[in-house]
Design a protein around this ligand. Structure first.
Ligand code: EPZ
Length: 430
Protein backbone atom coordinates (compact mmCIF):
# COMPACT_ATOMS: atom_id res chain seq x y z
CA UNK A 1 0.00 0.00 0.00
CA UNK A 2 1.35 3.40 -0.95
CA UNK A 3 1.75 6.11 1.66
CA UNK A 4 3.16 9.63 1.79
CA UNK A 5 5.96 10.39 4.18
CA UNK A 6 6.46 14.08 4.84
CA UNK A 7 8.90 16.08 6.91
CA UNK A 8 7.20 19.37 7.62
CA UNK A 9 8.62 22.80 8.14
CA UNK A 10 9.78 23.90 4.69
CA UNK A 11 8.03 26.95 3.26
CA UNK A 12 6.87 26.13 -0.28
CA UNK A 13 8.67 28.36 -2.75
CA UNK A 14 8.70 28.40 -6.56
CA UNK A 15 6.32 27.76 -9.44
CA UNK A 16 3.80 25.00 -10.06
CA UNK A 17 1.83 24.09 -13.19
CA UNK A 18 -1.80 23.20 -12.71
CA UNK A 19 -3.28 20.27 -14.67
CA UNK A 20 -6.63 20.06 -16.44
CA UNK A 21 -9.79 20.02 -14.32
CA UNK A 22 -10.70 16.48 -13.29
CA UNK A 23 -14.39 17.21 -12.78
CA UNK A 24 -14.72 18.95 -16.16
CA UNK A 25 -12.76 16.21 -17.91
CA UNK A 26 -14.96 13.42 -16.54
CA UNK A 27 -18.07 14.92 -18.13
CA UNK A 28 -16.23 15.89 -21.31
CA UNK A 29 -15.05 12.31 -21.83
CA UNK A 30 -18.66 11.13 -21.45
CA UNK A 31 -19.76 13.76 -23.99
CA UNK A 32 -17.13 12.43 -26.40
CA UNK A 33 -19.12 9.20 -26.88
CA UNK A 34 -22.14 11.12 -28.21
CA UNK A 35 -20.94 11.06 -31.82
CA UNK A 36 -19.73 8.49 -34.35
CA UNK A 37 -16.84 10.78 -35.27
CA UNK A 38 -13.47 10.95 -33.55
CA UNK A 39 -13.15 13.36 -30.63
CA UNK A 40 -9.79 14.53 -29.32
CA UNK A 41 -9.62 15.66 -25.68
CA UNK A 42 -6.48 17.43 -24.52
CA UNK A 43 -5.23 18.78 -21.17
CA UNK A 44 -6.60 15.74 -19.35
CA UNK A 45 -5.15 15.28 -15.89
CA UNK A 46 -3.34 11.95 -15.57
CA UNK A 47 -5.25 10.83 -12.48
CA UNK A 48 -6.94 7.62 -11.44
CA UNK A 49 -10.56 8.79 -11.89
CA UNK A 50 -9.94 9.79 -15.50
CA UNK A 51 -8.20 6.54 -16.30
CA UNK A 52 -11.03 4.48 -14.79
CA UNK A 53 -13.63 6.39 -16.83
CA UNK A 54 -11.60 5.75 -19.98
CA UNK A 55 -11.68 2.04 -19.14
CA UNK A 56 -15.45 2.22 -18.68
CA UNK A 57 -15.73 3.89 -22.10
CA UNK A 58 -13.61 1.15 -23.65
CA UNK A 59 -15.73 -1.36 -21.76
CA UNK A 60 -18.84 -0.37 -23.74
CA UNK A 61 -16.98 -0.77 -27.02
CA UNK A 62 -15.59 2.66 -27.92
CA UNK A 63 -12.03 2.95 -29.21
CA UNK A 64 -9.80 4.92 -26.88
CA UNK A 65 -6.37 5.87 -28.16
CA UNK A 66 -3.87 7.57 -25.88
CA UNK A 67 -2.09 10.24 -27.88
CA UNK A 68 0.04 11.12 -24.87
CA UNK A 69 -0.25 11.34 -21.10
CA UNK A 70 -2.71 14.25 -21.33
CA UNK A 71 -4.44 13.68 -24.65
CA UNK A 72 -6.81 11.01 -25.85
CA UNK A 73 -8.71 10.21 -29.06
CA UNK A 74 -12.11 8.58 -28.68
CA UNK A 75 -14.12 6.98 -31.43
CA UNK A 76 -17.51 5.80 -30.24
CA UNK A 77 -18.84 4.51 -33.56
CA UNK A 78 -18.10 1.01 -32.31
CA UNK A 79 -20.15 1.15 -29.08
CA UNK A 80 -21.72 -2.25 -28.64
CA UNK A 81 -23.37 -1.93 -25.25
CA UNK A 82 -25.26 0.71 -23.29
CA UNK A 83 -24.61 -1.00 -19.98
CA UNK A 84 -22.08 0.32 -17.46
CA UNK A 85 -21.41 -2.12 -14.66
CA UNK A 86 -20.98 -1.50 -10.94
CA UNK A 87 -17.29 -2.34 -11.29
CA UNK A 88 -16.72 1.16 -12.75
CA UNK A 89 -19.33 3.08 -10.76
CA UNK A 90 -17.85 1.63 -7.57
CA UNK A 91 -14.46 3.04 -8.48
CA UNK A 92 -15.71 6.33 -9.79
CA UNK A 93 -19.10 7.82 -9.19
CA UNK A 94 -18.88 10.18 -12.15
CA UNK A 95 -19.27 7.27 -14.57
CA UNK A 96 -22.93 8.23 -14.13
CA UNK A 97 -22.32 10.88 -16.78
CA UNK A 98 -22.44 7.96 -19.21
CA UNK A 99 -26.13 7.72 -18.30
CA UNK A 100 -26.85 11.16 -19.78
CA UNK A 101 -24.53 10.62 -22.74
CA UNK A 102 -25.86 7.14 -23.67
CA UNK A 103 -29.49 8.12 -23.10
CA UNK A 104 -29.03 11.19 -25.30
CA UNK A 105 -27.47 9.22 -28.12
CA UNK A 106 -29.10 5.77 -27.95
CA UNK A 107 -32.27 6.58 -25.96
CA UNK A 108 -31.36 3.89 -23.48
CA UNK A 109 -28.77 3.06 -20.87
CA UNK A 110 -28.25 0.77 -17.91
CA UNK A 111 -25.84 2.20 -15.40
CA UNK A 112 -25.16 0.89 -11.90
CA UNK A 113 -26.63 3.08 -9.20
CA UNK A 114 -23.89 4.86 -7.31
CA UNK A 115 -23.90 3.95 -3.64
CA UNK A 116 -23.46 6.18 -0.62
CA UNK A 117 -19.99 7.54 -0.34
CA UNK A 118 -17.41 8.91 1.97
CA UNK A 119 -18.63 12.52 1.98
CA UNK A 120 -22.38 11.99 2.32
CA UNK A 121 -25.43 10.16 0.98
CA UNK A 122 -25.33 11.94 -2.40
CA UNK A 123 -28.78 11.25 -3.87
CA UNK A 124 -29.35 11.40 -7.64
CA UNK A 125 -33.05 12.26 -7.58
CA UNK A 126 -32.47 15.46 -9.55
CA UNK A 127 -30.72 13.59 -12.38
CA UNK A 128 -33.73 11.25 -12.55
CA UNK A 129 -36.22 14.12 -12.38
CA UNK A 130 -34.43 15.76 -15.30
CA UNK A 131 -34.40 12.61 -17.45
CA UNK A 132 -38.09 11.97 -16.76
CA UNK A 133 -38.93 15.53 -17.79
CA UNK A 134 -37.25 14.75 -21.14
CA UNK A 135 -39.71 11.89 -21.62
CA UNK A 136 -37.30 9.16 -20.52
CA UNK A 137 -38.65 6.21 -18.56
CA UNK A 138 -36.38 5.63 -15.59
CA UNK A 139 -36.51 2.46 -13.52
CA UNK A 140 -34.24 1.13 -10.82
CA UNK A 141 -33.79 -2.63 -10.72
CA UNK A 142 -31.12 -4.88 -9.26
CA UNK A 143 -28.93 -1.92 -8.40
CA UNK A 144 -29.06 -0.52 -11.95
CA UNK A 145 -30.69 2.65 -13.25
CA UNK A 146 -32.31 1.85 -16.58
CA UNK A 147 -33.39 4.54 -18.99
CA UNK A 148 -35.51 4.09 -22.05
CA UNK A 149 -37.27 6.45 -24.44
CA UNK A 150 -38.81 6.36 -27.91
CA UNK A 151 -37.75 9.92 -28.36
CA UNK A 152 -36.27 12.54 -26.02
CA UNK A 153 -38.44 15.68 -25.90
CA UNK A 154 -37.13 19.02 -24.68
CA UNK A 155 -38.83 20.42 -21.58
CA UNK A 156 -38.68 23.06 -18.86
CA UNK A 157 -36.86 21.62 -15.84
CA UNK A 158 -36.49 23.27 -12.45
CA UNK A 159 -33.81 21.61 -10.31
CA UNK A 160 -34.79 21.58 -6.62
CA UNK A 161 -31.15 21.71 -5.51
CA UNK A 162 -28.20 23.26 -7.28
CA UNK A 163 -26.41 20.16 -8.53
CA UNK A 164 -23.34 20.03 -10.75
CA UNK A 165 -23.97 16.40 -11.65
CA UNK A 166 -27.68 16.77 -12.45
CA UNK A 167 -27.10 19.94 -14.49
CA UNK A 168 -24.44 18.22 -16.59
CA UNK A 169 -26.28 14.92 -16.97
CA UNK A 170 -29.47 16.65 -18.14
CA UNK A 171 -27.46 18.92 -20.45
CA UNK A 172 -25.83 15.87 -22.06
CA UNK A 173 -29.15 14.12 -22.72
CA UNK A 174 -30.98 17.29 -23.82
CA UNK A 175 -28.27 18.17 -26.36
CA UNK A 176 -29.73 15.48 -28.67
CA UNK A 177 -33.42 15.80 -27.65
CA UNK A 178 -36.20 17.04 -29.92
CA UNK A 179 -36.91 20.70 -29.24
CA UNK A 180 -35.81 23.07 -26.53
CA UNK A 181 -34.91 22.38 -22.91
CA UNK A 182 -34.56 25.00 -20.21
CA UNK A 183 -32.74 24.03 -17.00
CA UNK A 184 -33.56 26.43 -14.17
CA UNK A 185 -31.61 26.66 -10.93
CA UNK A 186 -28.67 25.17 -12.84
CA UNK A 187 -25.20 24.85 -11.31
CA UNK A 188 -22.82 27.62 -12.46
CA UNK A 189 -19.46 25.94 -11.81
CA UNK A 190 -16.69 26.53 -14.37
CA UNK A 191 -16.80 22.86 -15.31
CA UNK A 192 -20.50 23.15 -16.25
CA UNK A 193 -19.48 25.92 -18.65
CA UNK A 194 -16.59 23.84 -19.98
CA UNK A 195 -18.85 20.88 -20.75
CA UNK A 196 -21.33 23.20 -22.52
CA UNK A 197 -18.49 24.71 -24.56
CA UNK A 198 -17.26 21.26 -25.50
CA UNK A 199 -20.74 20.09 -26.55
CA UNK A 200 -21.19 23.31 -28.57
CA UNK A 201 -17.90 22.59 -30.31
CA UNK A 202 -19.50 19.24 -31.32
CA UNK A 203 -22.46 21.08 -32.83
CA UNK A 204 -24.78 21.33 -29.82
CA UNK A 205 -26.77 24.50 -29.20
CA UNK A 206 -26.41 25.38 -25.51
CA UNK A 207 -26.70 28.90 -24.16
CA UNK A 208 -26.53 30.36 -20.67
CA UNK A 209 -24.08 27.90 -19.08
CA UNK A 210 -22.47 29.78 -16.18
CA UNK A 211 -25.82 31.37 -15.25
CA UNK A 212 -28.66 29.64 -13.43
CA UNK A 213 -30.75 29.26 -16.59
CA UNK A 214 -29.35 27.03 -19.32
CA UNK A 215 -31.18 26.89 -22.66
CA UNK A 216 -30.56 23.93 -24.93
CA UNK A 217 -31.94 23.54 -28.43
CA UNK A 218 -31.67 19.89 -29.30
CA UNK A 219 -29.79 19.01 -32.50
CA UNK A 220 -30.00 15.87 -34.65
CA UNK A 221 -26.33 14.86 -34.49
CA UNK A 222 -23.10 15.83 -32.86
CA UNK A 223 -19.79 15.76 -34.70
CA UNK A 224 -16.05 15.52 -34.17
CA UNK A 225 -14.10 18.09 -32.19
CA UNK A 226 -10.73 18.77 -30.63
CA UNK A 227 -11.13 20.18 -27.15
CA UNK A 228 -8.78 21.23 -24.36
CA UNK A 229 -10.05 20.97 -20.76
CA UNK A 230 -9.91 24.06 -18.48
CA UNK A 231 -7.38 24.20 -15.63
CA UNK A 232 -8.37 22.62 -12.32
CA UNK A 233 -9.38 25.35 -9.90
CA UNK A 234 -9.45 22.93 -6.96
CA UNK A 235 -5.90 21.71 -7.61
CA UNK A 236 -4.87 25.38 -7.94
CA UNK A 237 -6.65 26.29 -4.70
CA UNK A 238 -4.98 23.38 -2.91
CA UNK A 239 -1.51 24.68 -3.85
CA UNK A 240 -2.57 28.21 -2.88
CA UNK A 241 -3.46 27.05 0.64
CA UNK A 242 -0.32 24.92 0.81
CA UNK A 243 1.66 28.12 0.16
CA UNK A 244 -0.32 29.97 2.85
CA UNK A 245 -0.03 27.23 5.49
CA UNK A 246 3.75 26.95 5.07
CA UNK A 247 4.39 30.71 4.91
CA UNK A 248 5.64 30.18 1.38
CA UNK A 249 5.71 32.11 -1.88
CA UNK A 250 4.28 30.17 -4.83
CA UNK A 251 3.37 31.14 -8.37
CA UNK A 252 0.45 28.90 -9.33
CA UNK A 253 0.52 28.75 -13.14
CA UNK A 254 -1.92 27.74 -15.89
CA UNK A 255 -5.04 28.90 -14.02
CA UNK A 256 -8.04 31.11 -14.74
CA UNK A 257 -7.82 33.64 -11.86
CA UNK A 258 -11.55 34.47 -12.17
CA UNK A 259 -12.37 30.88 -11.13
CA UNK A 260 -10.30 31.32 -7.98
CA UNK A 261 -11.94 34.47 -6.65
CA UNK A 262 -13.64 32.90 -3.61
CA UNK A 263 -10.34 31.25 -2.63
CA UNK A 264 -8.27 34.38 -3.23
CA UNK A 265 -10.70 36.44 -1.10
CA UNK A 266 -10.24 34.10 1.88
CA UNK A 267 -6.45 34.06 1.54
CA UNK A 268 -6.44 37.85 1.62
CA UNK A 269 -8.70 37.84 4.71
CA UNK A 270 -6.30 35.61 6.61
CA UNK A 271 -3.36 37.88 5.82
CA UNK A 272 -1.70 36.48 2.67
CA UNK A 273 -0.71 38.70 -0.23
CA UNK A 274 -1.93 37.79 -3.72
CA UNK A 275 -0.61 38.85 -7.11
CA UNK A 276 -2.86 38.12 -10.06
CA UNK A 277 -1.60 37.69 -13.61
CA UNK A 278 -3.45 36.70 -16.82
CA UNK A 279 -3.06 32.98 -16.24
CA UNK A 280 -1.27 32.71 -12.91
CA UNK A 281 -1.70 33.68 -9.27
CA UNK A 282 1.09 34.23 -6.74
CA UNK A 283 0.37 33.54 -3.08
CA UNK A 284 2.73 35.05 -0.54
CA UNK A 285 2.35 33.75 3.01
CA UNK A 286 2.76 35.57 6.27
CA UNK A 287 4.36 34.70 9.62
CA UNK A 288 1.06 35.00 11.49
CA UNK A 289 -2.14 33.98 9.71
CA UNK A 290 -5.47 35.35 10.95
CA UNK A 291 -8.80 33.66 11.63
CA UNK A 292 -11.90 33.92 9.45
CA UNK A 293 -15.36 32.48 8.84
CA UNK A 294 -16.30 30.53 5.76
CA UNK A 295 -19.36 28.67 4.49
CA UNK A 296 -19.27 26.35 1.48
CA UNK A 297 -21.74 27.21 -1.27
CA UNK A 298 -22.35 26.44 -4.93
CA UNK A 299 -20.19 28.50 -7.34
CA UNK A 300 -19.40 31.39 -7.19
CA UNK A 301 -19.45 30.74 -3.44
CA UNK A 302 -16.59 29.12 -1.57
CA UNK A 303 -16.24 25.51 -2.92
CA UNK A 304 -16.93 22.49 -0.73
CA UNK A 305 -13.94 20.84 -2.45
CA UNK A 306 -11.73 23.50 -0.79
CA UNK A 307 -13.24 23.19 2.70
CA UNK A 308 -10.63 20.85 4.27
CA UNK A 309 -7.70 22.86 2.84
CA UNK A 310 -8.87 26.12 4.43
CA UNK A 311 -9.72 24.37 7.72
CA UNK A 312 -6.18 22.97 7.96
CA UNK A 313 -4.77 26.44 7.35
CA UNK A 314 -7.10 28.01 9.93
CA UNK A 315 -6.00 25.38 12.45
CA UNK A 316 -2.66 27.23 12.60
CA UNK A 317 -4.08 30.76 12.28
CA UNK A 318 -4.45 33.08 15.27
CA UNK A 319 -7.92 33.27 16.82
CA UNK A 320 -11.23 31.45 16.42
CA UNK A 321 -12.44 30.45 12.96
CA UNK A 322 -15.78 28.99 11.92
CA UNK A 323 -16.09 26.66 8.92
CA UNK A 324 -19.61 25.69 7.84
CA UNK A 325 -20.14 22.86 5.34
CA UNK A 326 -23.48 23.32 3.59
CA UNK A 327 -23.15 20.96 0.59
CA UNK A 328 -22.20 17.51 1.93
CA UNK A 329 -23.10 16.27 5.40
CA UNK A 330 -20.07 14.08 6.03
CA UNK A 331 -17.09 16.16 5.05
CA UNK A 332 -15.43 16.66 8.44
CA UNK A 333 -14.01 13.15 8.90
CA UNK A 334 -10.44 14.45 8.57
CA UNK A 335 -10.83 16.65 11.65
CA UNK A 336 -10.17 13.73 13.98
CA UNK A 337 -6.83 13.21 12.20
CA UNK A 338 -6.02 16.90 12.45
CA UNK A 339 -6.74 16.86 16.17
CA UNK A 340 -4.22 14.01 16.46
CA UNK A 341 -1.71 16.45 14.97
CA UNK A 342 -2.44 18.96 17.74
CA UNK A 343 -5.27 21.03 16.22
CA UNK A 344 -7.97 22.39 18.51
CA UNK A 345 -11.22 21.86 16.60
CA UNK A 346 -14.76 21.00 17.68
CA UNK A 347 -17.39 19.88 15.20
CA UNK A 348 -21.02 20.73 15.95
CA UNK A 349 -23.38 19.56 13.22
CA UNK A 350 -22.18 21.06 9.96
CA UNK A 351 -19.89 23.57 11.65
CA UNK A 352 -16.28 23.27 12.73
CA UNK A 353 -15.11 25.68 15.42
CA UNK A 354 -11.38 26.07 15.13
CA UNK A 355 -9.19 27.59 17.85
CA UNK A 356 -5.91 28.33 16.12
CA UNK A 357 -2.79 26.71 17.63
CA UNK A 358 0.80 27.87 17.21
CA UNK A 359 1.85 24.71 15.36
CA UNK A 360 0.88 21.15 14.44
CA UNK A 361 3.03 18.10 15.05
CA UNK A 362 3.51 15.22 12.63
CA UNK A 363 1.61 11.95 13.16
CA UNK A 364 0.49 8.76 11.40
CA UNK A 365 -2.83 9.59 9.80
CA UNK A 366 -5.36 8.37 7.21
CA UNK A 367 -6.67 10.20 4.16
CA UNK A 368 -10.46 9.77 4.45
CA UNK A 369 -11.29 11.12 0.96
CA UNK A 370 -9.74 13.01 -1.95
CA UNK A 371 -9.81 16.64 -0.81
CA UNK A 372 -9.43 15.85 2.88
CA UNK A 373 -6.41 13.73 1.96
CA UNK A 374 -4.82 16.65 0.11
CA UNK A 375 -5.57 18.91 3.07
CA UNK A 376 -3.85 16.48 5.45
CA UNK A 377 -0.79 16.61 3.21
CA UNK A 378 -0.84 20.40 3.70
CA UNK A 379 -1.08 19.79 7.45
CA UNK A 380 1.96 17.50 7.24
CA UNK A 381 3.92 20.10 5.26
CA UNK A 382 3.18 22.73 7.91
CA UNK A 383 3.73 20.46 10.92
CA UNK A 384 6.84 19.88 12.98
CA UNK A 385 8.43 16.51 12.33
CA UNK A 386 7.31 13.51 10.30
CA UNK A 387 3.81 12.73 9.04
CA UNK A 388 2.90 9.40 7.45
CA UNK A 389 -0.33 9.40 5.43
CA UNK A 390 -2.18 6.18 4.61
CA UNK A 391 -4.82 5.61 1.92
CA UNK A 392 -3.23 8.06 -0.52
CA UNK A 393 -5.09 6.23 -3.27
CA UNK A 394 -7.85 8.77 -2.59
CA UNK A 395 -5.47 11.64 -3.30
CA UNK A 396 -4.27 9.97 -6.50
CA UNK A 397 -7.86 9.97 -7.77
CA UNK A 398 -7.69 13.69 -8.36
CA UNK A 399 -4.16 15.11 -8.09
CA UNK A 400 -1.62 14.42 -10.80
CA UNK A 401 1.87 13.81 -9.43
CA UNK A 402 0.95 15.60 -6.19
CA UNK A 403 4.14 14.62 -4.39
CA UNK A 404 6.31 15.56 -7.40
CA UNK A 405 4.74 18.99 -7.73
CA UNK A 406 5.14 19.64 -3.99
CA UNK A 407 8.74 18.41 -4.01
CA UNK A 408 9.36 20.85 -6.89
CA UNK A 409 8.37 23.61 -4.47
CA UNK A 410 10.86 22.43 -1.87
CA UNK A 411 8.63 20.13 0.18
CA UNK A 412 10.14 17.07 1.82
CA UNK A 413 7.62 14.49 0.64
CA UNK A 414 7.93 11.03 -0.89
CA UNK A 415 5.65 8.21 -1.89
CA UNK A 416 6.69 5.07 0.00
CA UNK A 417 5.51 1.48 0.18
CA UNK A 418 7.61 -0.13 2.89
CA UNK A 419 8.94 0.67 6.35
CA UNK A 420 12.42 0.53 4.79
CA UNK A 421 11.46 3.37 2.40
CA UNK A 422 10.25 5.38 5.39
CA UNK A 423 13.53 4.88 7.24
CA UNK A 424 15.54 5.79 4.12
CA UNK A 425 13.54 9.00 3.76
CA UNK A 426 14.07 9.89 7.42
CA UNK A 427 17.82 9.37 7.11
CA UNK A 428 17.94 11.44 3.94
CA UNK A 429 16.16 14.48 5.34
CA UNK A 430 17.57 14.44 8.87
C1 EPZ B 1 -19.60 17.41 -7.99
O1 EPZ B 1 -20.27 16.33 -7.34
C2 EPZ B 1 -18.13 17.12 -7.89
N1 EPZ B 1 -17.85 15.86 -8.55
C3 EPZ B 1 -17.70 17.08 -6.42
O2 EPZ B 1 -16.31 16.94 -6.38
C4 EPZ B 1 -18.08 18.39 -5.77
O3 EPZ B 1 -17.81 18.30 -4.39
C5 EPZ B 1 -19.57 18.70 -5.97
O4 EPZ B 1 -19.89 18.65 -7.38
C6 EPZ B 1 -19.99 20.07 -5.44
O5 EPZ B 1 -19.26 21.07 -6.09
C7 EPZ B 1 -17.72 15.83 -9.86
O6 EPZ B 1 -17.82 16.82 -10.57
C8 EPZ B 1 -17.40 14.51 -10.46
P1 EPZ B 1 -23.74 17.97 -6.67
P2 EPZ B 1 -21.82 16.11 -7.55
O7 EPZ B 1 -24.71 17.17 -7.44
O8 EPZ B 1 -22.17 16.51 -8.93
C9 EPZ B 1 -27.36 17.33 -3.54
C10 EPZ B 1 -14.25 16.06 -5.71
O9 EPZ B 1 -13.64 16.05 -4.59
N2 EPZ B 1 -28.00 16.54 -4.62
O10 EPZ B 1 -23.44 19.35 -7.11
O11 EPZ B 1 -22.14 14.74 -7.09
C11 EPZ B 1 -26.10 16.65 -3.01
O12 EPZ B 1 -26.40 15.69 -2.03
C12 EPZ B 1 -15.72 15.77 -5.79
O13 EPZ B 1 -13.67 16.29 -6.78
C13 EPZ B 1 -29.30 16.08 -4.45
O14 EPZ B 1 -29.92 16.29 -3.40
O15 EPZ B 1 -22.40 17.17 -6.51
C14 EPZ B 1 -25.32 17.84 -2.49
O16 EPZ B 1 -25.80 18.19 -1.21
C15 EPZ B 1 -16.30 15.32 -4.48
N3 EPZ B 1 -29.89 15.38 -5.48
C16 EPZ B 1 -25.66 18.96 -3.45
O17 EPZ B 1 -26.88 18.52 -4.10
C17 EPZ B 1 -29.25 15.14 -6.64
O18 EPZ B 1 -29.85 14.51 -7.53
C18 EPZ B 1 -24.62 19.24 -4.53
O19 EPZ B 1 -24.23 18.02 -5.15
C19 EPZ B 1 -27.94 15.61 -6.82
C20 EPZ B 1 -27.33 16.31 -5.79
Amino acid sequence: MEQYIIKGGNPLVGEVDISGAKNAALAILAAAIMTDETVVVDNLPDVRDINVLLQAIEGIGAIVERVNRHCVKINASTISSTRVDYEYIRKIRASYYLLGALTGRFHEAQVALPGGCDIGTRPIDQHIKGFKALGVQVTIEHGMIMTNAEQLEGNHIYLDVVSVGATINVMLAAALADGATIIENAAKEPHVVDVANMLNSMGANIKGAGTDVIRIKGVKDLHKTEYSVIPDQIEAGTFMFAAAATNGNVLVKNVIPKHLEAITAKLLEIGCAIEEYDDAVRVIGTEQLKSTQVKTLPYPGYPTDMQPQIAVTLAISQGTSIVTESIFENRFKYIAELVRMGANIKVEGNTAIIEGVSHLTGAEINAPDLRAGAALVIAGLAAEGFTLIDDIVYIQRGYENFEGKLAGLGANIEKVTTEKDVQKFKLKVS
